[in-house]
Write a protein that binds this ligand. Structure first.
Ligand code: ATP
Ligand code: MG
Length: 367
């Protein structure tokens, strides 16, 4: 899969911009605030018509304009697609593929998949479990629609149960339905644990290998999926996960009523990371943190390729800062397979063996 070319008009700080890309590595460099992240954002938008940072289309349209367009030519599954996104203030957006209007943005995900690394992803290593759960959920949702359904159902049930636990003293009759919620949550929760455990089982050895390659065999990254304590075998059949979840709910019933919050279930899961046996959250240096977060993303990209037979487009925003020469070299020269876009504030020091260098200044290409 690759993005061959893109035209932007009225998108962020781009007016009447067009560029073509290399099937390998594309280094997009320029000073701060010139449009590097905006360009990655436009490429990312081709997958699922979503931005990783804008809350709505209004933010994406240039300040002085009423509409903005992204037009791109994409090769995917031995076919060429012309993708057009027309964004307008006060009107619904229009998405077209080969000039045919799409009904849902999800149809785009079938054509373009991207894996993005941005500075906020350092939170994957340094922040709380919620970020790591979000990473797992996002990745598995893209690969397994059934997981997305179970996740949405679980969160709906969790909201309901949380309201019951909050209000049961004022309204004790609510407790009559608590068991029904526990039952349904254990069913959906068992599926979540099953998918997450299998995903991490494949992700962990790949991320560890990437971290070794990055660091010249000096660092060992260990990932471990941590779920509800009573679940004996997260990789086992979902019926036994379900039973183990039910046992955990039973043993926490009283504590939940007292705490007025839901203490039992995979909404508390974590993906723990260690570097050389020490918890990465507390002990990883800035460079190690960046490398470990990147190893997770690159491993995710490999699992996509395994699953779909195509490399997703890799978008690396501001990944080179804080990396030493060896790690920078790894990013620029040794990420093989698939198309890669890398932003940087500096021009690459040497030639890059396969690829293209694009210099951006004030939303335009510099020759
Ligand atoms: P850095 O190296 O600091 O990350 P960058 O090149 O990635 O810089 P971008 O985030 O792409 O910079 O932003 C470039 C410029 O685009 C910023 O000055 C920003 O204010 C501007 N910009 C953002 N949204 C819009 C918009 N809707 N219309 C016009 N300009 C915008
Ligand atoms: Mg930027």
């Amino acid at each position: 899969m690759r993005v061959c070319s893109i035209c932007l008009d009225g998108f962020r700080n781009y007016t009447n911009f067009s560029a073509s890309f290399d099937p390998g590595v594309n280094v997009i460099w320029g000073e701060n605030a010139q449009g590097k992240t905006n360009l990655l954002e436009a490429i990312g938008f081709l997958s699922g018509a979503r931005s990783h940072r804008a809350r709505g289309d209004r933010e994406l349209i240039s300040f002085q304009r009423d509409q903005g367009t992204i037009t791109a030519q994409v090769d995917s599954r031995d076919r060429t697609f012309l993708i057009e996104a027309q964004l307008a203030r006060g009107r619904r957006r229009k998405l077209l593929v080969n000039r045919v209007k799409l009904k849902t943005a999800a149809e785009l995900t079938g054509i373009v998949q991207t894996v993005l690394f941005c500075p906020e992803d350092l939170a994957l290593i340094k922040s709380g479990a919620a970020e790591r759960r979000a990473f797992l959920d996002h990745a598995i949702c893209q690969l397994r629609p059934r997981y997305g359904e179970a996740l949405a159902q679980y969160h709906k049930l969790l909201d309901h149960k949380t309201r019951i636990l909050r209000d049961w003293e004022k309204n004790p009759s609510l407790l009559e339905v608590l068991e029904d919620f526990n039952e349904a949550m254990a069913r959906a929760g068992a599926l979540l644990i099953h998918y997450r455990a299998h995903f991490v089982g494949k992700l962990a050895p790949r991320a560890a290998q990437i971290q070794r390659d990055f660091s010249g065999d000096r660092e060992e990254l260990t990932l471990s999926y941590q779920t509800v304590g009573t679940v004996r075998n997260p990789l086992g059949p979902t019926v036994s996960i379900y039973e183990d979840l039910r046992a955990h709910q039973d043993s926490h019933r009283r504590a939940e009523l007292e705490a007025r919050s839901c203490l039992s279930g995979p909404h508390k899961d974590d993906l723990a990371a260690w570097i050389d046996g020490q918890p990465a959250r507390q002990f990883a240096s800035q460079g190690q943190t960046r490398t470990a977060a990147l190893s997770l993303k690159l491993a995710e990209r490999e699992l996509f390729e395994d699953d779909t037979g195509q490399w997703p487009v890799l978008l690396l925003d501001d990944v080179l800062s804080e990396l030493d020469a060896r790690r920078q070299d790894f990013v620029l020269d040794r990420i093989t397979g698939g198309q890669v876009f890398i932003t940087s504030c500096e021009a690459p020091a040497g030639e890059i063996s396969r690829g293209k260098i694009l210099h951006i200044h004030q939303g335009a290409l510099v020759d």
